[in-house]
Design a binder for this molecule. Structure first.
Ligand SMILES: Nc1ncnc2c1ncn2[C@@H]1O[C@H](COP(=O)(O)OP(=O)(O)OP(=O)(O)O)[C@@H](O)[C@H]1O
Length: 610
């Protein structure tokens, strides 16, 4: 956690924002909390003063002088007994509502980032991680801390006022003695924030190494390469760095706090001596001495608590700063002032002199790509690893905007169209598709939420992707949970979850793209890389039929699967270096022909060996 660039006014502004959010969760609740806080803050002063009146009344020996203070003390005792329960309930309710609001705010904002660039920015990801930590009830300590701060500040002011009535000098002395306490606490707090900021890299590395030890995905390699002890040593090494800083600070804190406690005790002692001397010389009553001793002790306790509350609230406000930063970020993709509706594709998609790099510090990935994907045509994209094929697909989905040039959908610049409208017109299978811990049907259905409960549609997509037989053979067919995560939480039912093979997952991901029927553009990035030869043949045969007459873009390194495409485009060095049909490109004898021949000869050699 680092201090925000807005400086000293930052925490105050954030506290105000938080107070406003609390107000929005329910004005009645907020006012009730304020009332309870005020009452709790006034309790100590009320008790001290009622005790003084009682002692003074007792010394007069007249019962009517003690009745009112006794009644007040009984009432105060009752309130003191009930208030904590009421406070606890109100806080719980307020925390729950605030958490709902914060999570809603955070995820609405995050869902509003339509592109990918934010999610590739480490600073944003760090903020996001901390912002997520600021939800789930983590803000409770802030709101509670702020109310505690208010309560203790009121108690402090009340007790100091009571003290001032008895002895303005003593009140001044106690207030003066508070200054070093506040200064020391603030300095310690600054050091703590600085230490945390300085160690955040070590803390992040520690989390990374420990997550590798416990991660189910990493466990294969960790076991195979015997990385367990190596990672453990790294975790402990980073932890030692973090702990060394904490230890230094804790020592300093213990020393400073002891010195300050001694100072407080000295002030109290001197005050008590003065009060006793004043009582003996008749300048103070017995009740005054009682009130004086209680006020001094109460003031010091309230002071320490107030400073402590302020420090804790500040820490928590720093956490809230991450939430604020994420939720106040502007959109990542420029949105059109007057968005144009995106009509169904009629003519085609044109990439016009498209240049792209991921950011200024990265090299160009695309350098002036000119390409037309005609309506109704099946286009195949070929190129070596890193040529920019997946990048081009991401631009077509408008996850990024071209750095230069434009992508036109029937002549409409994609920048003028709301991204959600564009994506609703596409079915896409990414190379790095997701495997969801959901049922088989849901794994397909998330591709088209409206089809989630339409079993016929889901089955048709699964058949097209060659996934139907596999899914049907699962213990609960389409309702089988494709995850072991929930196994055990669902009783000890051995059928609670199933793990699929890589190729089986890929077929499901393909079905997810295909369940989006009737879309204008189908994009498949390496749809068969994990399939066995038989399955690949089958899938491509079905896809060929499916793609006929539809606009599609297919990326594959298996060139045999692309032969029938209407247009094959070869990407190299960020440009389109060749394009044509399979036969044209073979006749041309360029890169495609070379790649195709290399692959084919590999198969022939394989056949020779066999
Ligand atoms: N998010 C990113 N940030 C920065 N650079 C990236 C990012 N994604 C890809 N690149 C870079 O862009 C270049 C093109 O990558 P891309 O994934 O588009 O290639 P590809 O043609 O799909 O490769 P492959 O055949 O291996 O899938 C690579 O040099 C890669 O390192």
């Amino acid at each position: 956690m680092t201090e925000s660039p807005e400086g000293r006014r930052g925490p105050l502004r954030r506290a105000a924002t938080l107070a406003l959010l609390c107000w929005r969760t329910g004005p009645v609740l907020a006012v009730s909390q304020l009332g309870v806080t005020l009452l709790s803050g006034l309790l100590p002063t009320g008790t001290v003063w009622a005790t003084k009146l009682l002692v003074d009344g007792l010394t007069t020996g007249r019962p009517e002088h003690v009745l009112a203070p006794v009644a007040a003390l009984v009432a105060l005792g009752l309130v003191a007994g009930v208030l904590p329960q009421l406070t606890g309930y109100l806080r719980g309710e307020s925390d729950r509502r605030l958490d709902l609001l914060l999570q809603d705010r955070l995820y609405t904002r995050v869902n509003g980032f339509h592109g990918l660039s934010r999610f590739e920015n480490p600073v944003f990801l760090d903020d996001l991680r901390m912002a997520v930590q600021a939800t789930g009830g983590a803000m409770g300590p802030i709101t509670s801390g702020l109310f505690d701060l208010g309560r203790n500040a009121i108690a402090l002011a009340g007790l100091l006022a009571a003290l001032a009535v008895l002895s303005p000098l003593m009140a001044g002395l106690v207030a003066l003695a508070a200054l070093p306490i506040i200064a020391a606490r603030m300095s310690l707090e600054k050091r703590r924030v600085k230490m945390i900021a300085g160690q955040s890299a070590a803390a992040r590395r520690q989390i990374f190494y420990s997550s590798l030890i416990t991660d189910a995905e990493a466990v294969k390699e960790v076991r195979l390469f015997g990385l367990g002890d190596f990672l453990k040593r790294r975790v402990l090494g980073e932890l030692a760095v973090v702990q060394a800083g904490e230890r230094r600070l804790d020592r300093r804190e213990a020393f400073t706090q002891s010195a300050l406690a001694a100072l407080s005790a000295a002030v109290s002692g001197a005050g008590l001596l003065w009060a006793v001397y004043s009582a003996l010389s008749g300048r103070l009553t017995l009740g005054d001495v009682t009130a004086f001793a209680a006020s001094v002790a109460g003031t010091q306790t309230a002071l320490v608590a107030t400073v402590e509350n302020a420090a804790n609230a500040r820490q928590a406000l720093l956490l809230f700063a991450h939430h604020e930063r994420v939720t106040s970020l502007p959109g990542d993709l420029p949105t059109p002032g007057e968005p144009k509706p995106l009509p169904a594709l009629r003519r085609g998609i044109e990439l016009r002199d498209v240049w792209f790099r991921y950011d200024e510090s990265h090299p160009w990935v695309l350098r002036g790509v000119n390409l037309t994907i005609p309506h109704g045509a099946s286009v195949a994209l070929v190129g070596l690893n890193g040529a920019g094929k997946s990048t081009l697909i991401k631009l077509l989905c408008r996850f990024y905007d071209p750095s230069r040039g434009a992508i036109l959908w029937d002549g409409i610049d994609l920048r003028d169209v709301p991204p959600a409208e564009l994506r609703a017109r596409m079915g896409v299978l990414f190379q790095d598709y997701m495997s969801y811990d959901l049922t088989a049907a849901e794994n397909i259905g998330v591709g088209e939420l409206e089809a989630m409960s339409d079993r016929a549609r889901i089955r048709a997509a699964a058949e097209l992707a060659g996934a139907h037989e596999t899914v049907q053979a699962l213990p609960r067919g389409y309702d089988t949970m494709l995850s072991r995560i929930f196994f055990g939480s669902d009783g000890d039912d051995p059928q609670a979850g199933v793990t699929l093979s890589g190729g089986q997952w890929q077929r499901l991901a393909l079905a997810r793209a295909l369940v989006r029927e009737g879309r204008d553009l189908l994009i498949l990035d390496e749809p068969s890389s994990g399939l066995d030869a038989q399955a690949e043949y089958e899938v491509h045969r079905r896809l060929r039929e499916h793609r006929a007459g539809r606009t599609s873009l297919l990326v594959s390194h298996r060139l045999g699967a692309l032969r029938d495409a209407d247009l094959i485009v070869v990407l190299g060095d960020g440009r389109i270096v060749e394009q044509g049909t399979h036969d044209e490109l073979i006749t041309f004898g360029g890169r495609y022909a070379h790649l195709f021949e290399t692959q084919a000869s590999g198969y022939r050699e394989g056949a020779d060996i066999g």
